[in-house]
Design a protein around this ligand. Structure first.
Ligand code: TIU
Length: 226
């Protein structure tokens, strides 16, 4: 099934003209450490169940997106086992509970290669999909993401993942400053704080779309299936 070059999608503050020849789906940090008990999110005192509503919409979108051979990029937040890429400030920030690198129920918290660091099985990357390991909240800091996108002439990102106001927001701000148009999908992003989720989305689309566009998966799924 061939797609039109441009898909016009309902979004705020105005429709998003998705250029199917210059876009990628960016799935941020859908890791066990954030979505399952015993990981980094839980170690910070959060109820991880609040994020799980994003899984089904993201799973459907991935299937439709992959059916057209469009590029998918996944990110994972985490650190090397020696914690050499872990700023002391990040390590020391949480004063209570286990810290990054400590042993939890899913292995060492937020450490690459540990079970908890993996992307949840429902959204596991397919062969050939790019997986970016990032030590920070933003996907551009200390990663090859910008170079990867530039080489492929990708100018637009459809952004999903967790958490809306932390890694998604930081990444969208980084992307916006580097010249990418971002469409952030409200039902495929989530936060441990529902009010922060709503506020973060409002910030993106305010002032004429100061950081980007906000939409949902439904119009995109419709466009990909018609
Ligand atoms: N704590 C929190 O809301 N988020 C993070 O620490 N990382 C991401 O958002 N991925």
């Amino acid at each position: 099934m061939s797609l039109p070059r441009v898909l016009t999608l309902d979004a705020d503050p105005r429709p998003f003209a998705l250029d199917t020849a210059a876009c990628a789906l960016l799935v941020i940090d859908m890791q066990r450490d954030f979505l399952e008990p015993g990981g980094f999110g839980a170690s910070l005192g959060n109820d991880v169940s609040l994020l799980r509503r994003t899984i089904e919409p993201t799973r459907h979108l991935l299937a439709a997106w992959r059916a057209h051979g469009l590029p998918v990029i996944h990110t994972r937040e985490g650190h090397d086992p020696a914690l050499a890429d872990l700023p002391r400030s990040k390590y020391e920030r949480n004063l209570t509970g286990p810290r990054i690198g400590d042993l939890g129920p899913m292995g060492r918290i937020l450490v690459r290669g540990e079970p908890g660091h993996a992307i949840i099985h429902e959204l596991a990357p397919h062969a050939g999909e790019y997986v970016i390991d990032k030590p920070g909240k933003g996907a551009f800091w200390a990663t090859p993401l910008h170079a990867h996108l530039q080489e492929r002439r990708i100018r637009q990102l459809v952004v999903t993942g967790v958490t809306t106001e932390v890694c998604v927001h930081t990444t969208v701000r980084e992307a916006n400053d580097r010249g990418y148009d971002c469409l952030v999908l409200a039902d495929a992003t989530g936060s441990y704080f529902p009010e922060f989720h709503l506020a973060a989305l409002a910030m993106i689309r305010a002032q004429g779309g100061i950081f980007g566009w906000v939409g949902t998966t439904a119009p995109l799924l419709r466009a990909l299936s018609s």
